[in-house]
Design a protein around this ligand. Structure first.
Ligand SMILES: Nc1ncnc2c1ncn2[C@@H]1O[C@H](COP(=O)(O)OP(=O)(O)OP(=O)(O)O)[C@@H](O)[C@H]1O
Length: 297
């Protein structure tokens, strides 16, 4: 911009026009990346995210995300620290708005139904779209009760023993706990506690499971066990997982979304979204390639 104050108004106008043009370009790119390279599935199949932005008060943390999350697939979210992955994943089941002052704009639909629609019940949405956090957070109850609790609250009328066993098996924990179901959930190791939380999430029979770095605090053996459950989980569920571990993303996911902040202070954007095999072998954007090959991050 010119240093002459008389030119500043005019120059500012030019800058604004460029900015609007840039916004438009990024918006189009963000709609393109939503296609994920493969053919689009109908809106009624999985989750559809349109123009999603997330705020903490006046701070915009994530902007204009468009993404098709396919049913019975694992979608990994990767990107440098602070680019909005956790914020974004929490918008997918309305956990973001639980933080005072935090809110989201845009549309998130599950099987074609807008989860932010007036009258949509956040508690019911969080039952249909479950979440596993970075740190295992079992309740101070027995292993059995940890798994049965959510189902009981939801009025589950089937065979509770069978549900507990099935959920623990799906979370690859049954063999380790089947003889100690009455012991406290806290008596388990960190890796076992995380699998207990996964079992608890599965027991309420959600359609989608969101996982925010579920293995980041775990040892390699526990991490491996959690990864092993993924192949089974996606037969029944749609999984979205935030991970910093590139090998993990490449191993377990079908689709990968790369979040990125181009200039410091900007909100995070979905920079590229595609099939995992393409994202890790031949991504369209240089920043994606630099990140997945470990050149930064
Ligand atoms: N509770 C909060 N209040 C205000 N700002 C927040 C809050 N949580 C996150 N942020 C800000 O939002 C932006 C995105 O953070 P977020 O945790 O979503 O990023 P991330 O990509 O998940 O990072 P990491 O990989 O380090 O977990 C950051 O600038 C962060 O400081």
């Amino acid at each position: 911009m010119s240093g002459d104050p008389r030119n500043q108004g005019r120059d500012a106008g030019v800058v604004n026009i460029r900015r609007i043009g840039e916004e438009q370009r990024v918006r189009e790119t963000s709609k393109d990346v939503a296609k994920g390279g493969a053919q689009q599935t109908p809106e009624s199949n999985g989750m559809t995210v349109e123009d999603l932005s997330a705020f903490y008060g006046s701070f915009k943390a994530v902007t204009d995300v468009n993404m098709q999350i396919k049913r019975n697939k694992v979608t990994a979210l990767i990107g440098p620290s602070g680019c909005g992955k956790s914020t974004y994943i929490r918008c997918l089941n309305r956990m973001h708005e639980v933080i005072p002052g935090a809110y989201a704009e845009g549309k998130v639909a599950l099987d074609g139904q807008d989860i932010y629609a007036k009258g949509a019940d956040p508690v019911n949405i969080r039952r249909r779209i479950g979440m596993v956090f970075q740190k295992p957070n079992p309740f101070s109850k027995s292993i059995y009760e940890n798994v049965a609790w959510g189902a009981k609250i939801n009025g589950y009328r089937g065979d509770m023993d069978e549900l507990v066993e099935r959920s623990l098996k799906q979370a690859a924990l049954w063999d380790e706990v089947k003889d100690r179901l009455k012991e406290s959930g806290y008596s388990l190791s960190g890796g076992q506690q995380q699998r207990l939380v996964i079992a608890r999430t599965l027991a309420v029979e959600p359609e989608v499971i969101l996982m925010d770095e579920p293995a980041s605090a775990l040892d390699p053996v526990s991490t491996q066990k959690i990864e092993d459950t993924m192949e089974d989980l996606k037969k029944k569920y749609t999984v979205v997982i935030v991970t910093h571990n590139m090998q993990q993303a490449a191993r377990i996911s079908d689709y990968t979304g790369f979040f990125y902040i181009e200039n410091m202070g900007d909100p995070g954007r979905l920079w590229e979204f595609d099939e995992t095999s393409k994202m890790f072998s031949n991504p369209d954007r240089k920043e994606t390639e630099d990140y997945v090959t470990g050149r930064f991050g």
